[in-house]
Design a protein around this ligand. Structure first.
Ligand code: UD1
Length: 436
C-alpha cells in the first residue's frame, strides 16, 4: 500500500494551481445520465473518485472517455443506451457519492437499482432524505438484499422540504426534478457551490432551474435534456488545504486558479489567527505567515459556514496557535479520527463529544501515522510538513480519492515529500473505505 514519506521544516514558497472540484465533478458526471446526447465536462480532477464514477457509468452501459494531460482533464460521457441501470455494491462501497445516480436513473429510465451505501469512516450517513423526496415525487421504492429498487413511469413535481440540509441529497433530487412532470419546489436546500455548479450544467442541458445557491430552488420540469459542454469550478477544499499548508509552514504561497469567493469562512478564520491573506485578482490568493498564530475557535456548518471538509486540516493548524482553540464538528458524528494521530505527533488535543479542544502551540515530532479518511489524511500531511524529522503516512489511497497529485504539487513549492509505491494500485482500490 502506498505511503508518503515527508520531512518537515520547509516553508512553502511559490505558486500552486488548484484542480477542478471533485464534489462538483461527481454530480455533473451523474447528470449525463439525463440525456441521450454527449456531455463534455472540462477541468475534471485526476483523482480516484472520478475513476470510480467512470467505472460506475460504464457498468451501466455508458460510453465514457476520460482524458488527462493534453486532453486537458476532459471527460466526454454519452448515455445513449443505459442497458443496466444499476449501481453495484462493489462500486458504491468505495464511494458513497455513487448514490447520486439514483435520481437521474429514475428520471431517465423509470427505474433504478442502487446498493445501499452502508456505514462510512466518518459516520452513519444515511440516504433517507433522498428516498423520502423521490417517494414524494411518485417513485415506489423497495429495499431488498442491500439494494434499493425504485420505479416511476414519470416522476411528478412536488413540494419538498428537507428535514436536514444535505448536499448530495439536494443534488440527487434536483436531477430527479428536472425531467419531472410539473414544478418542484425544494426548500431547505444545500447552498454549496457544488450545487450551483450542477444546476448551471443542468440549465446548459436545457433544464429550467431557479434559485440554486439559495435555500429555495424551483424547478420547472421539461420533457428532455440535450448535450452540453461545461467547465467544473475549482476545488475549494483543495484550495483551502493549500492555504493552510502555506500558513502552517510559515511560507509565502500563491494559491492560483481558485475561487476566493468560495473560501470566505476559512480566509476570515485564517486572518483571525494572524495569517496574512491577500487577494490577487479574481482567481488567486496569496497566503503568508511568520508564525505567532493566535488560537481561534471554529464550528463546522453548511455553506457558507466553515466546511466540515476543512475541519481536520484546521486542527493541524490550531496545534501551532498560541492558546486554546475549540473545534466543534456539527455535520458528522465521527470526524475526529485524525486526533489520535496528531496526538501521537505531539499535539495536545482532547475530544469531548462534538468538541475537540486544542492547546497550543506545541512542537510536532515526526512519526509513522495512519490515514483514516480523505480529509484526515490531509491533516496528517500538514502536520508532517512542520514536524521535525521524517514522518511516514500509511494508507494514502484515501488522499488519492480527492487530491490530484498532491505530492507533486507540494514538492513544486518546496516540500520534501515522496511516495513509496504506485498511485492507484488495484490492491488499494479493494481495501479503500469511502469517507466524503
Ligand atoms: C457532501 C460532500 C462531503 C461533505 C458533506 C458535507 C460530496 C460527494 N460529498 O457529502 O465532502 O463532507 O457534503 O458538506 O459532495 N444526512 C441524513 N440523511 C440523508 C442525507 C444526509 O441524515 O439522506 C445527514 C448526514 O448523515 C450528515 C448530514 O446530513 O450528518 C450532511 O450530509 P450530506 O450533506 O448529505 O453529505 P454528503 O452529501 O454525503
Amino acid at each position: 500500500m502506498d505511503k508518503f514519506v515527508i520531512r518537515g521544516g520547509n516553508p512553502l514558497l511559490g505558486t500552486v494551481r488548484i484542480s477542478g472540484a471533485k464534489n462538483s465533478a461527481l454530480p455533473c458526471m451523474a447528470a449525463a445520465i439525463l440525456t441521450e446526447d454527449e456531455v463534455t465536462l472540462e477541468n475534471i480532477p485526476q483523482v480516484r473518485d472520478i475513476e470510480t464514477e467512470r467505472r460506475l457509468l460504464v457498468s451501466m452501459g455508458a460510453e465514457v472517455e476520460l482524458g488527462y494531460g493534453r486532453a486537458q482533464h476532459r471527460t466526454k460521457i454519452c448515455c445513449r443506451t443505459l442497458s443496466d441501470p444499476e449501481a453495484k455494491y462493489e462500486i458504491v462501497k468505495t464511494m458513497r457519492a455513487s448514490s447520486l445516480v439514483l435520481g437521474p436513473l429514475i428520471a431517465r429510465c423509470g427505474m433504478a437499482r442502487v446498493a445501499m451505501p452502508g456505514g462510512c469512516a466518518i459516520g452513519g450517513r444515511p440516504i433517507d432524505l433522498h428516498i423520502k423526496g423521490l417517494e414524494k415525487m411518485g417513485a415506489v421504492i423497495t429495499q431488498e438484499h442491500g439494494y434499493l429498487e425504485a420505479r416511476a413511469e414519470r416522476l411528478r413535481g412536488a413540494h419538498l422540504v428537507f428535514d436536514k440540509i444535505t448536499v448530495t441529497g439536494t443534488e440527487d433530487l434536483l436531477m430527479a426534478a428536472v425531467l419531472a412532470d410539473g414544478e418542484t419546489l425544494m426548500e431547505n436546500c444545500a447552498r454549496e457551490p457544488e450545487v450551483t455548479d450542477l444546476a448551471a450544467l443542468l440549465n446548459a442541458m436545457g433544464a429550467r432551474i431557479e434559485g440554486a445557491g439559495t435555500s429555495t430552488i424551483r424547478v420547472h420540469g421539461v420533457t428532455s435534456l440535450h448535450g452540453a459542454r461545461y467547465r467544473i469550478n475549482p476545488d475549494r477544499i483543495e484550495a483551502g488545504t493549500f492555504l493552510i499548508a502555506g500558513a502552517i509552514t510559515g511560507g509565502d504561497l500563491i494559491v492560483a486558479n481558485c475561487e476566493p469567493d468560495h473560501l470566505g469562512a476559512l480566509i476570515a478564520k485564517l486572518e483571525e489567527l494572524g495569517v496574512r491573506v491577500d487577494h490577487l485578482g479574481p482567481d488567486s490568493v496569496r497566503v503568508r505567515s511568520e508564525g505567532h498564530l493566535r488560537a481561534a475557535d471554529i464550528s463546522t456548518e453548511e455553506y457558507p459556514g466553515f466546511p466540515t471538509d476543512m475541519q481536520a486540516q484546521y486542527m493541524a493548524l490550531a496545534t501551532q496557535a498560541e492558546g486554546v482553540s475549540q473545534i466543534k464538528e456539527n455535520i458528522f458524528e465521527n470526524r475526529f479520527m485524525h486526533v489520535q494521530e496528531l496526538v501521537r505527533m505531539g499535539a495536545n488535543i482532547k475530544v469531548d463529544g462534538k468538541v475537540a479542544t486544542v492547546r497550543g502551540a506545541t512542537r510536532l515530532s515526526s512519526a509513522a501515522v495512519m490515514c483514516s479518511d480523505l480529509r484526515a489524511s490531509a491533516s496528517l500531511v500538514l502536520a508532517a510538513l512542520i514536524a521535525d524529522g521524517e514522518s511516514i503516512l500509511d494508507r494514502v489511497y484515501h488522499m488519492d480519492r480527492g487530491y490530484e497529485r498532491i505530492e507533486e504539487k507540494l514538492r513544486g513549492v518546496g516540500a520534501q515529500i515522496r511516495r513509496l509505491g504506485n498511485i492507484f494500485t488495484p490492491r488499494d482500490e479493494e481495501s479503500a473505505v469511502h469517507s466524503d
